[in-house]
Design a protein around this ligand. Structure first.
Ligand code: ZN
Ligand code: ZN
Length: 336
C-alpha cells in the first residue's frame, strides 16, 4: 500500500510502499478514498508542537473511505459503508469527559495521524467506535474537509452560544473559515469575513458573507466597530496579533473563540476591557462524533458548500508549500 510517511521532522514527507495493514480487535480497515490536508498535519510532520509524534508515522485525520474488513468483536459497523476517520481516533469512554459528551477533552485520547498512523495512505485502520458514518449522497471528497475543518468550526459556533440576530466575525477565511461562515449563518447570525487576501474574501462573499474586511488594507477593529461590533469572534488565523484584533472588535457581552494554535503561544489580554465588557474567552477543540454526525446531516441536506482542491498524494510536499505560502484558497484534499 502507498502511504505518506514522515521519516524525520527536518525532512520532506516520503510517499512510499509499506506493508499492508490489518484491523486489530475493535478496529476497522478502511480503504481511503479522500484525505484532507489540515494545518495540524504540517505541525505534526515538522514536530512543531510541545508533544510531538514519533517518526516514522503517517499523518492525516480527515480520512474518508469504505470499510473493507472488520476486526474481531466489531458489530456496529459493516463492510461496504462509507465512514470518516477523524482526529479523535479513540478515547477511554469512561472518564467524566467521555461520559458527559465531552470526549474531545479525554485525557487518554489517541489522535489519528499523530498518536497512531493516519489517513494520507491508501488504507487505514481505525477504532470502530470512533469512525463516523458518512450519509448516502455525500461524496468522499466533500466529506473529507468536513471531518476536521467542518466539525471544528461547527463546534466553535456552538460553544460561542451564537444566537439568531447576533453578529459573528470570522478571522481567517480558508479551509476552516469558509465553513465557519456558513455555520454562523445557519445559526442565524449576520456574518463578517476577515482575511488578508482578496481571493479568499471573494470566496466568502460568494458563500453569503454579509460583510468582508481586508485586514491588509483596513483596520478590522475599526471596520467591525463601525458595524456595531461583533457578538462573537472566531479566530482561525495562526497569529496572536489577530486574536488581539478579534478581542478588540467585540461588543460588550461578546465571546472570543480560540481555535487556531499559533507557534507563538501567548496573546495579550486587556483585563479592563474583558472585565468591564463582560467578555468571555473560550477555547474550542475539534468536535465529538455527535457533532460530526450533525455536520454531515447539514451537508446532506444541502445547507453547506465545501470548497476544496484535489491533489495526488505524491504531491504532498508541494501541497504543504502551497498551503504555507497562502496559494490555496480553501482545503487541499488528496484523492486516493
Ligand atoms: Zn485538523
Ligand atoms: Zn475519556
Amino acid at each position: 500500500m502507498r502511504a505518506a510517511t514522515v521519516i524525520a521532522f527536518d525532512q520532506p514527507i516520503v510517499v512510499r510502499d509499506r506493508r499492508m495493514i490489518a484491523p486489530g480487535p475493535g478496529q476497522v480497515l478502511v480503504r481511503i478514498e479522500a484525505s484532507g490536508l489540515c494545518h495540524t498535519d504540517i505541525h505534526a510532520a515538522r514536530g512543531e508542537w510541545p508533544v510531538t509524534p514519533r517518526p516514522p508515522f503517517t499523518p492525516g485525520h480527515e480520512g474518508v473511505g469504505i470499510v473493507h474488513e472488520l476486526g474481531r468483536g466489531v458489530t456496529d459497523r459493516k463492510a461496504g459503508e462509507r465512514v470518516a476517520v477523524p482526529w479523535l481516533g479513540s478515547a477511554c469512554g469512561m472518564c467524566e469527559y467521555c461520559v458527559s459528551g465531552r470526549e474531545t477533552l479525554c485525557e487518554t485520547q489517541v489522535n489519528t495521524g499523530y498518536g497512531v498512523d493516519g489517513c494520507h495512505a491508501q488504507w487505514a485502520v481505525a477504532d470502530a467506535r470512533y469512525v463516523v458514518p458518512v450519509p448516502e449522497g455525500v461524496p468522499a471528497m466533500e466529506a473529507a474537509p468536513l471531518t476536521c475543518a467542518g466539525v471544528t468550526t461547527y463546534k466553535a459556533v456552538k460553544v460561542a452560544g451564537l444566537r439568531p440576530g447576533e453578529r459573528a466575525a470570522i478571522f481567517g477565511v480558508g479551509g476552516l473559515g469558509h465553513l465557519a461562515l456558513q455555520y454562523a449563518a445557519i445559526f442565524g447570525a449576520e456574518t463578517i469575513a476577515v482575511d488578508v487576501t482578496d481571493a479568499k474574501l471573494r470566496m466568502a462573499g460568494g458563500l453569503g458573507a454579509d460583510h468582508t474586511v481586508n485586514a491588509a488594507e483596513h483596520d478590522p477593529v475599526e471596520k467591525i466597530k463601525g458595524l456595531g461590533g461583533a457578538d462573537v469572534a472566531i479566530v482561525l488565523a495562526a497569529d496572536p496579533r489577530v486574536l488581539e484584533q478579534a478581542h478588540a472588535s467585540l461588543r460588550r457581552g461578546g465571546r472570543l473563540v480560540l481555535v487556531s494554535l499559533p507557534k507563538d503561544d501567548t496573546m495579550k489580554l486587556p483585563i479592563f476591557e474583558t472585565v468591564l465588557g463582560g467578555i468571555s474567552v473560550i477555547g474550542s477543540i475539534v468536535g465529538t462524533r455527535a457533532d460530526l454526525a450533525e455536520v454531515f446531516r447539514l451537508h446532506a441536506a444541502g445547507r453547506t458548500e465545501v470548497m476544496y482542491e484535489t491533489r495526488k498524494l505524491d504531491e504532498i510536499n508541494e501541497a504543504i508549500e502551497d498551503v504555507l505560502s497562502g496559494r490555496v484558497d480553501a482545503r487541499v484534499v488528496f484523492e486516493l
